[in-house]
Ligand binder design. Structure first.
Ligand SMILES: Nc1ncnc2c1ncn2[C@@H]1O[C@H](COP(=O)(O)OP(=O)(O)OP(=O)(O)O)[C@@H](O)[C@H]1O
Ligand SMILES: [Mg+2]
Length: 335
């Protein structure tokens, strides 16, 4: 029997997740505000959006680096925020790892590469002896394209790309199933970026890893993501398979982001229509009523200020939050 797409296992399920930060006596910054999506086992889910839209907070709340304000996260069927005991949390920390944007800030400068990589091995008692610990570290170094001679050196002796490889080795040390890559290549030279992406892709193939890959812009995640989610001001605006999102974007915000990506064909580039977004992103402490994007949306009408758009599946695996596609409200627009 062939496996149908709709039988794929949802490895991560995020349901109505909220993360609000208290920023004043009665003020809350709504960094993540009622976000729902899922990630299939073994896929790469790209999460994009402008600076401050809540990507990192979403990633951190998913793996409980932050407690959620509301909502739930299931990882491999287990409710992350309901876990209480130390043993349960330890088990979660072994399944899920994170790779950070800044390979300079995320590695302790006073620790040797060996000790950095072995941290998880020690915490989870993975090695039976010092020799086994060393062997594991050497093997991990080789896995990420470094070598055993690097083990006793310190982070400052390495380039940005090498440091990111060390960060990847550290994440792999506990044999995780799910890795959140929070802008892992943004701080690297363009010439190095592809190498790190290739490494991440190779590791995914070999180990069946599931990735949440956070990035600033759509052009970066297009090739590496199976599906992509677009965030704006604490909300998920659209999620679809990569090709579907690029070929058939529904949300005006996605359309605007895509129209900003330069096209290689100069004739087309000169004549094509660009959607220029007016104004700035509003504050997440006082976001606009109704649809968050309405203050910059070329199609916005009264209903957009009054009603928060529903999160609906327009086609299989293609989700959008916009009144333009809602049977109840689409009559309000003359397009
Ligand atoms: N610990 C915190 N306390 C208060 N506010 C925070 C905290 N962490 C993040 N924020 C705010 O939450 C919002 C979302 O931040 P977040 O870092 O998740 O955005 P991002 O999409 O990852 O941005 P970038 O692309 O710049 O990394 C921002 O307004 C940010 O200032
Ligand atoms: Mg971030």
């Amino acid at each position: 029997m062939t496996t149908q797409k709709n039988e794929r296992q949802k490895y991560v399920e995020v349901n109505n997740l909220k993360k609000h930060f208290k920023v004043g006596r009665n003020a809350y910054l709504r960094a993540v505000d009622d976000v729902s999506f899922y990630i299939y086992k073994g896929e790469t889910f790209g999460l994009v959006g402008e600076s401050g839209c809540g990507k990192s907070t979403t990633g951190r709340t998913i793996i409980r680096l932050y407690d959620a304000t509301a909502g739930e996260v299931l990882i491999d069927g287990v409710n992350v925020h309901a876990k209480k005991s130390r043993a349960e949390l330890k088990d979660l920390n072994k399944k899920v790892q994170m790779i950070f944007q800044d390979p300079y800030a995320s590695l302790n400068p006073r620790m040797t590469v060996k000790d950095i990589i072995a941290e998880g091995i020690d915490v989870h008692n993975i090695a039976k002896s010092k020799k086994e610990r060393d062997e594991r570290v050497y093997h991990l170094l080789e896995t990420v394209g470094l070598n055993r001679e690097h083990a006793n050196r310190y982070p400052h002796e390495f380039s940005g790309g090498q440091r990111q490889r060390i960060g990847i080795a550290r994440a792999l040390a506990v044999d995780p199933e799910f890795i959140i890559c929070d802008e892992p290549i943004s701080a690297l030279d363009v010439s190095i970026q592809a190498q790190v992406v290739n490494l991440l892709e190779k590791l995914q193939k070999e180990r069946g890893l599931t990735y949440l890959f956070i990035a600033h812009d759509l052009s970066m995640v297009k090739h590496i993501s199976d599906r992509v989610g677009v965030m704006y001001l604490g909300k998920m605006t659209e999620v679809a398979e990569s090709d579907e999102l690029y070929d058939n974007p529904l949300h005006p915000y996605t359309q605007a982001l895509l129209s900003a990506i330069p096209v290689p064909d100069p004739d087309y580039e000169r004549t094509r229509e660009r959607i220029i977004l007016e104004g700035d992103v509003p504050s997440p402490v006082n976001p606009p009523s109704g649809c968050r994007f309405r203050t910059r949306c070329p199609f916005a009408t009264e209903v957009c200020a009054q009603v928060t758009p529903r999160w609906t599946e327009q086609r299989k695996d293609h989700w959008v939050a916009c009144h333009l596609y809602d049977d109840e409200y689409k009559g309000n627009f003359n397009r």
